[in-house]
Write a protein that binds this ligand. Structure first.
Ligand code: ZN
Length: 346
């Protein structure tokens, strides 16, 4: 073998080993990638599963809350089959049909003399609202922001139909208003609190400010009626967003001080500034209420809301025709519609 041939062989061998090295590195990189991807997938999949499970748990907790409140209100009952298995049963619509009859009976027993009217109407309203066994559709007429010049006209309509409403009142200490707080109760309706000032900037500026405001309206109602009222509605609702105070802190205060609060699931649209007729308002309320077993209807008792008063008879008649029975809201009322649920606050 000549020297020239020897040199050629050596460089060919070198070339081969460089190629081998490159192939080896490529293989290593490929394996590295496979290992990294496998590890990544193995980490990400459990994380995704955890997130899905947490969401499912949260949804189930909400379902359990709803079922418990439905059970408390008698919408569902626990039953046992022949094999001894327990299960929950939704009460049938035949209960609603029975109720239409009951409403008619109430209307027919209307007394004749004025004096008797007041006494008997109050009794009838009280009897119908404390009947916890009723499992059909319930309507809660609620009026915010009173008392006002419209409180009397609203009470007149309610007494004509012998149904109660709940008035979420604000703080007014003139003589007429002080009498109206009492009259609401005396005529068979319910009083609840809606803040003293109704000024969002004041109420929601801090927890202390909120406590001060609710204490003022609580004490004013106590002074006017002798009643320790602890049913509340947040101005704007419990889902109101503020930049200054955490609503959950306010809910916590209510919870620890024996207050209950309620929002609404039906709105009469009487606070939107839209110029709608009484018939349109009644249509809005009734069509929204039809999808609810417990319809909490938001209306306003305030100067300038005369359309609400005019719509009220139609609302009551149409709801009655659809099998609704009327109830007031007090601390024993369940389930309460809450946009931010009390159970979510520790
Ligand atoms: Zn209000």
């Amino acid at each position: 073998m000549s020297i020239e041939q020897g040199r050629n062989n050596t460089s060919a061998n070198k070339q081969l080993s460089v190629n081998d090295e490159l192939l080896r590195r490529k293989r290593i990189n490929k394996y590295k990638k496979i290992i990294i991807w496998t590890c990544g997938v193995l980490i990400i999949i459990p994380i995704i599963m955890c997130i899905i499970l947490m969401v499912r748990i949260h949804m189930l907790e909400n379902d359990i809350d709803d079922l418990l409140s439905m059970k408390e209100s008698g919408e569902i009952v626990a039953e046992m089959d022949s094999a001894g298995n327990r299960y929950l049963v939704l009460r049938s619509d035949s209960d609603n049909d029975n109720n239409i009859g009951q409403n008619e009976t109430v209307a027919k027993t209307k007394p004749t003399t004025a004096a008797e009217t007041t006494i008997q109407e109050t009794t009838t309203v009280a009897e119908t609202t404390t009947a916890d066994t009723y499992t059909g559709k319930r309507a809660y007429l609620t009026f915010d922001d009173g008392p006002s010049v419209n409180t009397e006209p609203i009470l007149e309509v309610l007494n004509r139909y012998q149904v109660p409403a709940t008035f979420f009142v604000i703080g007014k200490n003139d003589d007429v208003s002080m009498k109206l707080y009492k009259e609401i109760i005396d005529r068979g309706s319910y009083l609840a609190l809606h803040s003293f000032t109704h000024d969002y900037k004041t109420i929601y500026s801090s927890v202390d400010s909120f406590v001060n405001d609710i204490t003022r309206i609580h004490d004013l109602v106590l002074q006017a009626t002798g009643k320790d009222v602890r049913m509340f509605r947040f101005p704007g609702g419990s889902a109101t967003t503020t930049n200054t105070v955490d609503m959950k802190q306010l809910i916590k205060y209510l919870k620890t001080n024996g207050y209950k609060y309620v929002d609404w699931n039906v709105s009469s649209e009487d606070a939107t500034g839209k110029n709608i007729s009484a018939a349109e308002m009644a249509n809005i309320v009734v069509s929204e209420a039809l999808s609810c077993n417990h319809a909490y209807i938001l209306m306003h008792d305030a100067r300038g809301k005369e359309t609400t008063v005019q719509a009220l008879p139609q609302i009551i008649e149409q709801l009655q025709a659809n099998g609704f029975k009327f109830y007031g809201v007090d601390n024993s009322t369940q389930p309460l519609i809450q946009q931010v649920k009390e159970s979510t606050v520790q």
